[in-house]
Design a protein around this ligand. Structure first.
Ligand code: ADP
Ligand code: MG
Length: 396
């Protein structure tokens, strides 16, 4: 049996061998991500600034000759197996419906389906997955499983798709096979990120530029504070926020809120009801904050971006209303304990917050947040530092 003490790459290989009785053809991996700034801007055709974290999802993959695809994960008790021809009868998942297979299996099977729709063909495959990306923490374990699978099948099926195209395959799986209406940010970060840099992404054009972060040289660290309150993308608040954004864009007669500027906000206040106005104001100001953050990194370095992170959190808390008591305690406590900036990251309603801290203050800030969670009666948070890591790759 596989054990949790192994690194996830070895776990994936062990699971593959347990499943098939032979060695995999290769191992591919892709990272989770932290978004530095630019939240809910991706599906508004706006800007985001994520980086990949060292936590990765590994897919050990081998060919089979019978045209069937089998996926297994250390997270699931049972593998799921279907014929490649059957994928088009399983997907797309009807709007609002559960996938016709176990939900976790819809992520990798949806990738195979989306690759088929993009013209890729190949033999059957066995896929064994293991990961150390926290699940449901807003660190995008979903993009990690999609990107690892897409990279593996792209190679084994000789599909020849580039990284941006593979990110779109992953998004299609998540949107249409799983049924979670998420934007393109997570998959682009997982596919294209590079060490020590963030990915400045224009979600309309998919134009991606690396921004060097130089955190370590500056004596700084990024702390992830996982509240261990899981979010649920496919239901509730996320869809409601998307709908509000669409209403806002429609009121302006533009394709997306990307096309509304800060100067337009006075008019937005007249056009929109109070709640929709605040949703729109978050997106419009957040887009500007991403641009300001990129410029600040380039002109002044990482020490200068703290206030932008804080302004982003306040906007998500008060205007977009996607924070939670746990996220607010994490952010407020980190700042009070000396963090230069802090904000919730990811879709919201739980998940993780980040803090920009002096390396020398990592322990003080972590201890303060842990103590504040205990005092508030919250589940103990999972707190760790991350350094910007590499995007998807073939490992073996
Ligand atoms: P997040 O991306 O923030 O971690 P999501 O809700 O978007 O949260 O995705 C989490 C889901 O992705 C899990 O519930 C599971 O269905 C699937 N998933 C992620 N990683 C794995 C894995 N290693 N094995 C199986 N399923 C996984
Ligand atoms: Mg996700």
């Amino acid at each position: 049996m596989t054990t949790t003490t192994q690194a996830p790459a070895a776990q994936a290989v062990a699971l593959f061998e347990e499943l098939t009785g032979h060695a995999p053809a290769g191992v591919w991996s892709a990272p989770g991500r932290v978004n530095l700034i630019g939240e809910h801007t991706d599906y508004n055709d706006g800007f985001v600034l994520p980086f990949a974290i060292p936590h990765r999802t590994y897919a050990a993959v081998g060919m089979r000759e019978d045209g069937r695809i089998r996926v297994a994960s250390t997270f699931a008790s049972e593998p799921v197996e279907v014929s490649l021809d059957e994928l088009t009868t399983l997907f797309p998942t009807a709007t609002g419906a559960e996938p016709a297979v176990a939900e976790w299996a819809a992520y990798p099977l949806g990738v195979a389906w989306a690759l088929q729709l993009a013209g890729a063909t190949g033999t059957g495959v066995d896929i064994a997955i293991a990961s150390d990306v926290p699940v449901g923490a807003g660190l995008s374990s979903s993009a990690a499983i999609e990107s690892a699978t897409a990279s593996a099948l792209n190679d084994l099926w000789n599909a020849g798709l580039d990284r941006t195209a593979l990110a779109q395959i992953g998004r299609r799986s998540e949107n249409e096979a799983v049924g979670a209406p998420t934007g393109i940010m997570d998959q682009m970060a997982s596919m294209l990120a590079e060490p020590d840099a963030a990915l400045f992404l224009d979600c309309r054009t998919l134009d991606a530029n690396l921004v060097p972060l130089s955190m370590t040289e500056a004596g700084l660290a990024i702390l992830v504070m996982d509240t261990r309150v899981s979010h649920a993308h496919s239901t509730g608040g996320y869809g409601e926020r998307r709908a509000a954004c669409e209403r806002g864009a429609a009121a302006f007669g533009v394709p997306a809120l990307r096309d509304v500027s800060i100067a337009d906000l006075d008019r937005a206040a007249e056009l929109l009801d109070e709640v929709t106005f605040r949703r729109v104001r978050h997106i419009v100001t957040e887009n500007q904050r991403v641009l300001d953050t990129v410029r600040t990194f380039r002109e002044k370095g990482p020490r200068a971006v703290g206030d932008l992170l804080v302004a982003s959190h306040v906007s998500m808390r008060d205007d977009f209303e996607i924070s939670s008591p746990e996220l607010d305690v994490a952010v407020d406590t980190a700042l009070a304990a000396g963090a230069l900036g802090a904000r919730m990251t990811g879709g919201g309603f739980g998940g993780a917050a980040i803090a920009l801290v002096e390396q020398s203050a990592v322990e003080t800030v972590s201890d303060a947040v842990t103590a504040a969670f205990a005092a508030s009666g919250f589940t103990a948070p999972n707190i760790f530092t991350v350094t910007p890591a590499a995007g998807a790759r073939r490992d073996v």
